[in-house]
Design a binder for this molecule. Structure first.
Ligand SMILES: [Zn+2]
Length: 261
């Protein structure tokens, strides 16, 4: 029953997206990267509450995407608007699960690919919102990539993954260092280097040049869109390169899936 399978995969993805929203919202405060009372709590407790008034969100309003529509995008208690980020991340979570399943079929590689995509969504949105790519996510992601490939379950062999992790981190760090020497400002963060190392661990060192290239192009397009949207940009404005790298990683994962017979 392909329809039933696809429905289950999408529902699992939407639920994962719902959990990603909790990670994105509470993680940065949990890890001490931002100081914000409205982000209190950990990944398990307390139950979801309105960041504006603190009221508990009703159970029907917690249903992915549908809850947002039922609540008409507003808190039922105080009427404060709920960020579009919630349904958007839920939809991305569902799309990630569906994409992984379509690319890799009913395999362990598909489950691993879905986890990678979900982590990339969390990292991209956290970077956009806070400017950080937390070690609490990038380091486990790199280890998971090494484990998945080292156990022979997935995308490249263990050696290609290990070289990818080291080269991704080292090369990006060298670029950031050169950038700093030339411009005298920190344009690229170490979080970006750790994310590239993690992508190397998952997709292997041969994927690194296309990831950096696609990431750079996507980053420039992103900066252009921000500029057109009226965001003031100077040479000192830090570029959130994380979302561009995450997108590049997702594209290369899809390329890996399409190349796998
Ligand atoms: Zn409220």
């Amino acid at each position: 029953m392909p329809f039933l399978t696809i429905a289950v995969v999408i529902i699992l993805g939407l639920l994962a997206g719902s959990f990603l929203n909790v990670v994105i919202h509470r993680g940065p405060a949990m890890w001490g990267l931002v100081d914000d009372d409205r982000r209190r709590g950990d990944f398990m407790a307390p139950r979801s509450y309105c960041p504006a008034c603190g009221a508990r969100i009703k159970i029907p309003h917690l249903v992915p995407v549908a809850g947002f529509l039922i609540a008409r995008g507003r808190c039922a208690a105080c009427g404060a608007p709920i960020s579009l980020r919630y349904p958007a991340v839920e939809l991305m979570g569902g799309a990630a699960a569906l994409g992984a399943w379509l690319l890799f079929g009913p395999t362990l590689a598909a489950a691993a690919a879905a986890v990678l995509l979900w982590m990339l969504i969390a990292l991209a949105v956290i970077d956009l919102e806070t400017g950080y790519l937390p070690d609490a996510l990038t380091l486990p992601l790199a280890l998971a990539g090494l484990a998945v490939n080292g156990l022979g379950a997935a995308f490249v062999d263990g050696q290609t993954a290990l070289i990818g992790a080291v080269a991704g981190y080292a090369v990006f760090r060298a670029i950031a260092e050169a950038f700093y020497r030339l411009r005298g400002i920190e344009g690229l963060g170490l979080g970006d280097a750790k994310l590239l190392g993690a992508l190397g661990a998952w997709l292997g060192w041969p994927a690194l040049p296309p990831i950096v290239f696609i990431g750079a192009v996507a980053g420039l397009i992103g900066a252009l869109i921000m500029r057109l949207a009226g965001v003031r940009m100077t040479a000192q404005t830090p570029l959130p390169f994380g979302p561009a790298l995450a997108l590049a990683g997702a594209i290369m994962l899809a390329a890996t899936g399409l190349a796998t017979p």
